[in-house]
Design a binder for this molecule. Structure first.
Ligand code: BGC
Ligand code: BGC
Length: 816
């Protein structure tokens, strides 16, 4: 095991919330009254779907959480009052005094990481990467204040925010949750965000504020290849100097919780890391609040299990976040381990002291039930005009101008303007991950009442000024226009699913580039508004644009974009463009990691770059357009891993006109339903059930033709990790398709029957088993041709019943 140089000195920090003798006295009093079971209950945090008020009473639970997309009564449209009603039930159960039950108020934690993302109608701010570009710590404090008020309206006490990660490899799917690659900026922000959320001075942790959490401790932004939950192999000095930065100011500002990270450090998972959790965080930095785990994160410790994990507590974890239906087993195991000395009582007492200290500091013992609190149930707090104004300002300050040929921007709205691109009228793209659903997928305007899309912001600005707006996502117009604005970029994603293999923008899908070029070819000046959660290689799109502005994932207030993009009708600038990159921008598609100060640093745009209006732009028009060689020649080409990769998507069909693409975590047509389910980590597999009431199809499909010829030539195979729970009742075909009218099929009925009840197995289908393809139109393609234009490499169809789950799907050379 890596032997950290233990001589590294971490700073001793002084928290704004100093130890208070009266509170410490009360902590000891309570501790003295508590049984072991009551203590352990404080250390267990189940998910709201898996806990009842009676459980809270019986197990003395200290806290609960709701995960991303998890809401009271499973009602996506739950109102503030519904949240408060459930919070009351939980609180009443915790405060019950009958039969000797000790009344210790429960806390409820949630992920308000860019506003209260789980709540329909809340104000959603730009994601952290955008806020980094604003370079304005004071703004962070205001965002914290607004977020705290909107959480308080739901009766909750605790926010799992801010993320103080310093993302150092932009392939990481959580890069957008990071303010900057620069530790100094993260340090300047973290403390202000904590002050905003928790309040300061006399207002500290009053009924308008919530407990904040600095996460994920430590090194989450520095894993090898930017892999979420991966391994960080930095030195301890680098952990301190880069990844520690946000914790320093957060702790100084008085943050009361720190979340342990999923990642490892030199192979040792943080949840079980005594040196980092106890020696560094608690002893050397002097953090006296609580350490909460991440989503079953303790289970990653070697030798540990999700329901049996003394290692984490012994390493310094104070609360198990355990969204698992059997969390009671973890409770009992932990009690037993305290009894038999596996976990020292002193460790249990330390954990409970910290939890009680936080609750006392937060005034929870004095406070009445959630519904009686100042802001509780106030629906009017959610998306309040003053709150949206702060978010809109944040959008304005975060926009970064990368190119502005001939001072094309700002635009006068009194012109004929074409608004194109699939991002112009696309709220899911605009808000990104952690928005109503965990990954931010599968949402629509109904989920964001009161939000302003970029399109609607354009409509009002242009019509107020007497201009003319033509909206066409595909950029089609028969009227002449003065300028085209194209909004395009990344689709929403969150942790794990957002990891990518390189920083090329959509390596398998060049439609946005084509659109820009086609407009340019018509002689129309082109403005690109790029929606993204990270810097990406967009040389082609830059060449094809006259002006290029990065708008990140701006959240619900699209008008912040038009505030800056447009002058008034007289041509006067209303709001200057101010944003400066808080992440370096790649000049090559394989350029990750890329951080200021590193050897060989050659970004296209350095950290801190951002044009102002009127500033001369010196960007060449002929940037290299050479993208990556697509991995069609790699030995193993992954198509599905945790999720469909690159341009792949899951499609289902129950017959003609009954076809749909999976975007949320369930999709249903008349004969098939597919759900996202957990194999090794959450939602890394898809469970498909055919009901036998007619033709049903499940497919992994793409919209860009893929070349599989090399695999076919090298005796390759399609490989799927599969678990068959109920064998097919009728023949099943595996099709490789080149579109609706050309497919080649293999009967896999007997293979699937053999796999029934065998658990996870690997099914290998050699490519040369697919015969020459015939089509409805009588066209026959030889394999050399056929495999150059594949759209659907994995399609299963049957008219019978069938129940199976798949996780990995890949194409392998020489497998057959
Ligand atoms: C994420 C955390 C989050 C937690 C609770 C985890 O998967 O890593 O950031 O706070 O879930 O939703
Ligand atoms: C997320 C949760 C989410 C869950 C879905 C977790 O990693 O943090 O918020 O609800 O996965 O399974």
């Amino acid at each position: 095991m890596f032997n950290a140089s233990r001589q590294v000195t971490w700073p001793r920090l002084k928290s704004a919330l100093e130890k208070d003798n009266a509170i410490e006295h009360r902590v000891e009093e309570w501790l003295g009254k508590m049984s072991l079971e009551q203590k352990v209950g404080q250390m267990i945090q189940p998910e709201i779907k898996q806990v009842t008020p009676e459980d809270i009473r019986e197990y003395h639970l200290g806290s609960v959480l709701n995960g991303g997309g998890s809401v009271p009564n499973n009602d996506r449209y739950a109102q503030a009052s519904d949240w408060v009603a459930l919070a009351d039930q939980f609180w009443n159960a915790s405060m019950d005094e009958s039969e000797g039950h000790l009344p210790i108020p429960i806390m409820w934690g949630t992920d308000a990481v860019h506003g209260v993302g789980n709540l329909v109608g809340a104000t959603l701010f730009p994601h952290n990467i955008a806020l980094g570009a604003a370079q304005n710590p004071e703004l962070l404090r205001q965002i914290g204040e607004v977020t705290a008020r909107e959480i308080a309206a739901t009766g909750l006490d605790w926010d799992f925010s801010p993320t103080v990660a310093v993302a150092r490899d932009d392939r990481w799917g959580r890069t957008y949750e990071s303010w900057s690659e620069d530790p100094d900026l993260v340090r300047a922000y973290a403390g202000e965000m904590v002050k905003g959320l928790q309040g300061q001075g006399g207002e500290c942790l009053d009924e308008h504020h919530v407990i904040a959490t600095a996460k994920h401790f430590i090194g989450d932004g520095g894993t090898v290849n930017g892999i979420d939950r991966g391994d960080n192999v930095d030195s301890e000095a680098t952990l301190r100097d880069i990844h520690g930065a946000g914790y320093f100011s957060a702790i100084e500002a008085g943050v009361q919780a720190v979340m342990a990270s999923f990642n490892s450090w030199h192979g040792e998972p943080l949840h079980g890391h005594y040196h980092l959790l106890t020696t560094v965080l608690k002893e050397q930095l002097g953090f006296d609040g609580l350490v909460v785990g991440d989503w079953n994160g303790h289970a990653f410790i070697p030798g540990a299990e999700v329901l049996n994990c003394p290692q984490a507590i012994n390493a310094g974890l104070d609360i198990f976040m355990v969204p698992h239906p059997e969390w009671k087993t973890l409770f009992h195991n932990t009690v037993d381990q305290a009894k038999d000395g596996t976990i020292p009582m002193s460790r249990i007492d330390d954990a409970v002291r910290r939890i009680l200290r936080v609750k006392l500091r937060a005034g929870l013992f004095e406070r009445k039930k959630p519904s009686s609190r100042a802001l509780a149930g106030k629906q009017s707090e959610l998306g309040a005009a003053e709150h949206r104004a702060v978010a809109r300002r944040a959008v304005r300050e975060s926009l970064v101008l990368l190119k502005n040929r001939n001072d094309l921007l700002p635009l006068n709205p009194k012109q004929r303007i074409l608004l194109a691109g699939d991002g112009a009228d696309n709220i899911s793209k605009q808000v990104g991950g952690w928005s109503i659903t965990w990954q931010g997928t599968g949402t629509s305007m109904e989920d964001f009442p009161g939000a302003t899309t970029i399109r609607s912001a354009f409509e009002s600005v242009v019509s107020d000024a007497g201009g003319e707006l033509v909206v066409s996502p595909a950029g089609e117009t028969d009227q002449p226009v003065d300028v085209a604005v194209v909004v395009f970029g990344e689709d929403p994603y969150a942790e794990m699913q957002g990891d990518v293999q390189n920083v090329q923008y959509k390596p398998r899908d060049t439609r946005d580039w084509e659109l820009l070029k086609s407009l340019k070819a018509k002689g129309i000046p082109v403005v690109s508004l790029f929606v993204t959660g990270r810097p990406l290689w967009v040389n082609r799109e830059l060449n094809a644009s006259d002006a290029f502005m990065v708008i990140w994932q701006p959240g619900t207030e699209g008008a912040g974009v038009t505030d800056v993009l447009f002058t008034d009708a007289q041509g006067q600038v209303q709001h200057p463009v101010k944003g400066k990159l808080s992440f370096s921008w790649p000049s090559r598609p394989d350029q990750a990691p890329l951080n200021m100060g590193e050897a060989g640093y050659q970004p296209l745009f350095p950290f801190g770059y951002g044009l102002e209006y009127g500033q001369r732009d010196e960007l060449a028009d002929n940037l290299s357009e050479e993208g990556l060689q697509l991995p069609a020649t790699e030995a193993v080409w992954e198509l599905f891993k945790f999720r469909p990769l690159d341009a792949w998507q899951i499609e289902v069909e129950g017959g003609k006109n009954d076809r749909a693409v999976m975007s949320g975590n369930r999709i249903e047509v008349s004969t098939v339903v597919v759900d996202s389910v957990d194999r090794e980590v959450q939602e890394d597999a898809r469970h498909a059930r055919w009901n036998g009431e007619g033709f049903g199809l499940v497919s992994l499909a793409t919209r860009d033709r893929q070349v599989l010829t090399d695999y076919w030539r090298s005796k390759g195979a399609l490989v799927v990790d599969i678990k068959v729970d109920a064998a097919p009742s009728a023949p099943v075909k595996w099709l490789v398709g080149c579109g609706p009218s050309a497919a080649s099929e293999v009967d896999v009925t007997s293979e699937l029957r053999d796999l029934e009840g065998e658990g996870w197995q690997t099914l290998v289908i050699a490519l040369d088993r697919f015969p020459d393809v015939g089509s409805d139109f009588g066209l026959v393609l030889p394999p050399e041709e056929f495999f150059t234009r594949v759209l659907e490499p994995f399609t299963l169809t049957t008219e019978g019943t069938l129940d199976l789950t798949f996780s990995g799907i890949r194409i392998e050379k020489s497998r057959a």
